[in-house]
Design a binder for this molecule. Structure first.
Ligand code: IPE
Ligand code: IPE
Ligand code: MG
Length: 267
């Protein structure tokens, strides 16, 4: 039984799903089922205005909520967001401490709102080093929203793509060593079953804000055939419209998955 964490009294007022009164464009192709999102650029956004990096992180909360709302409006079923990487422990103790507490507080402040929207919250990441209070909030939010199916929001905290694969391989090795599994039974499907969220589908669209063009170890296994979209917008300036722009770029791409198709020039 997971104890109920205390409820945040000064919760930011709820906003309806269509609070801006704006609606997604008509997309020219199927909307991605699974969008992965690297929420990057908080520090640069803050420093450009003479603010501390921490102020930048604080400004990212509204962006996240708006993007979740926009994902629901667009019909995206899975949204995975990079909140804290296994590499982010390299930051100053003050920033790490802030980010830990901040992840915990956002979950507290927003879980009821997300629950009302039909969002199912999941956690992907590693336990070691992660604050117990953050793990408790993640588990509580997972339980609270377990029955929802509008959108699955996977919050990746203390997440690293290589670590995820290593953890899966270790679990499989233990099953083999104990004689419960034959090495010949190890295949892609089995490895996927041992990832942090085994039901997570492959990433269709991988979006990163802030202009950086790298994965930074996010969802390596799941993004093998993702379409990459890099937008210059810094995360605190990101909105649902930015997400829709990324989806429009996605729908303009031709996905081949290694296959081939003739594309004759239009006369
Ligand atoms: C992303 O913004 C947030 C986290 C990594 C938690 P950054 O803090 O990386 O911002 P920049 O990249 O330094 O601008
Ligand atoms: C990736 O951003 C991690 C998160 C957004 C949580 P970083 O800012 O940590 O990545 P690098 O250092 O630019 O690769
Ligand atoms: Mg960054």
């Amino acid at each position: 039984m997971i104890p109920k964490p205390h409820t945040h009294r000064n919760a930011v007022p709820y906003r309806p799903l269509d609070w801006t009164g704006i609606y997604p464009p008509v997309f020219t192709g199927p909307v991605p089922t699974h969008v992965a999102l690297v929420m990057d650029g908080n520090g640069r956004w803050a420093n450009r205005q003479g603010l501390t990096r921490i102020e930048g992180h604080k400004a990212g909360e509204a962006a996240l909520l708006d993007v979740v709302a926009g994902a629901i409006q667009a019909g995206v079923k899975h949204l995975s967001v990079y909140a804290f990487s296994t590499e982010n422990w390299k930051r100053s103790p003050e920033e790490v401490r802030f980010l830990m507490g901040y992840n915990r507080e956002i979950l507290r402040r927003r879980r009821d709102q997300l629950n009302e929207w039909g969002v199912r919250i999941r956690w992907a990441g590693r336990r070691p080093r992660l604050w117990a209070s953050v793990i408790n909030e993640l588990h509580y939010a997972e339980k609270l929203t377990a029955g929802n199916s509008t959108l699955t929001l996977t919050v990746c905290v203390n997440y690293g793509g290589r670590n995820e694969i290593v953890d899966a391989v270790r679990a499989i090795a233990e099953e083999v060593a104990s004689g419960r599994l034959r090495p010949a039974a190890v295949n892609e499907k089995l490895l996927q079953k041992h990832l942090y969220v085994s039901e997570m589908p492959d990433v269709d669209l991988f979006v990163r804000s802030s202009g950086e063009q790298r994965t930074s170890n996010f969802l390596l296994w799941q993004s093998a055939y993702a379409e990459m979209v890099f937008l210059d917008t810094l995360w605190p300036d990101f909105t649902r419209v930015s997400l829709w722009r990324a989806i429009e770029l996605y729908t303009s791409r031709t996905r081949r998955f290694g296959g081939a198709q003739d594309a004759p020039e239009q006369a």
